[in-house]
Design a protein around this ligand. Sequence first.
Ligand code: CP
Length: 327
Amino acid sequence: MATLGLRPHDSGFPHRHLLGIEGLSADQISFLLDLSESYVALSRSEQKKTDLLRGRTVINLFFESSTRTRTSFELAGKRLGADVINMSVAWSSIKKGETLIDTAMTLNAMHPDVLVVRHPDSGAVKLLSEKVNGAIINAGDGSHEHPTQALLDALTIRRRKGRLAGLTVAICGDILHSRVARSNVHLLSTMGARVRLVAPPTLLPTAIERMGVEVFFDMRKALEGCDIVMMLRLQTERMHGSFVPSIREYFRFYGLDREKLSAAKDDALVMHPGPMNRGVEIDSELADDIDRSLIREQVEMGVAVRMACLDVLTRSLRRNEPPGDST
Ligand code: CP
């Protein structure tokens, strides 16, 4: 079993929880990405396990469906030697009317060290962080933030392009409902990348320019000179009413195909957080093109980033120190 001890830059992440990217400094983001690199190496080695979190308990509490995030947190916890519990909300007492807070307090009484929470309401994860003793990781709350997604996206970009600063990244699609877009805007801007958002007017939040991004309605113009093109799914589960005239029309103007991608740099790379809807926001053949698409690599980086997050948020416990600040 591999052993990864505490490293010299242990104080690089002073927070008790990971609730969002907003508020993290460039140094703290770089620290998490650098640490993630060591977990990429471990995950690619024959012996993928360490006993760093032996005796620690991680509970995955997902109130929304997930394939990538839930599975990779489970794998991350297990590779670090923790006991990982996946709580199935569908079979929990929430179905009998128990509230979110009562559910969290019940789990808290069992002394988990980390709760990984996904919830459909923006702010619900922060609310839980004020009630429990362990560390909380936001695995996506409503349309607010999905911090580990932005970290894994950044790690993927940094590994391929060698840097984040100075790159131009276009985020395209349903920005209005996207926690992935928000976390990525915070992260990429903090790290010195230029961010462009492109969407139909119905799928852009008002006054989004205040986040320091450029806004486009024309996808070809938005992609001109871009290094990275990040596509987003239409989040129909968060839509009340009609936001696009038809799927066919949407793909024609905002779906990524080779013709639109040709406006970007010749070496521009394509990303998608998944799950993707082929033929809606991205051409199926382009999504599978291993020379242009980073989609599979993003999934791999997700495990490493989540190992790094579980590692840093349990360091004070492992050293018997008081937890970091409550942000
Ligand atoms: N990208 C992402 O959060 O995927 P899942 O919904 O499958 O976790």
